[in-house]
Design a protein around this ligand. Structure first.
Ligand SMILES: [Zn+2]
Length: 115
């Protein structure tokens, strides 16, 4: 009854979120979905002043989920440092843009390769 599909598991760096994400991934595997990999969202914040990274939600969630599901961590996407008035992840100058671009290219080629 469940259609065939591939999954990308999204978590934050926080341990609680990682636990929920692992469970979601295990459910996917049980229904014969292929897990393409893990994306860690809100991975860090880049200070617009000094460019230093602040790990506001902790660290390690993405790596833990990837390890538990025996897959890879595809991307660590930072929190936008552009301010609330510009919320698009594709805005020029934003710290998210490059991460999303690389992830999108990876997913397109992976889906093409694996069919
Ligand atoms: Zn700073």
């Amino acid at each position: 009854m469940i259609p065939k599909s591939k999954e990308i598991i999204v978590t934050t760096p926080h341990a609680g979120a990682a636990e929920v994400a692992v469970r979601a991934g295990l459910m996917g595997l049980r229904t014969n979905h292929e897990i393409l990999g893990v994306v860690e969202n809100m991975a860090y914040f880049v200070c617009p002043g000094c460019r230093e990274k602040a790990y506001v939600f902790g660290q390690g969630g993405g790596e833990r989920v990837a390890r538990d599901l025996q897959t890879e961590l595809l991307a660590q996407i930072p929190i936008s440092n552009l301010g609330l008035e510009t919320t698009s992840p594709f805005d020029t100058g934003g710290t998210q843009r490059e991460s999303y671009q690389r992830l999108a290219e990876w997913v397109m080629s992976a889906v093409r390769l694996r069919g």
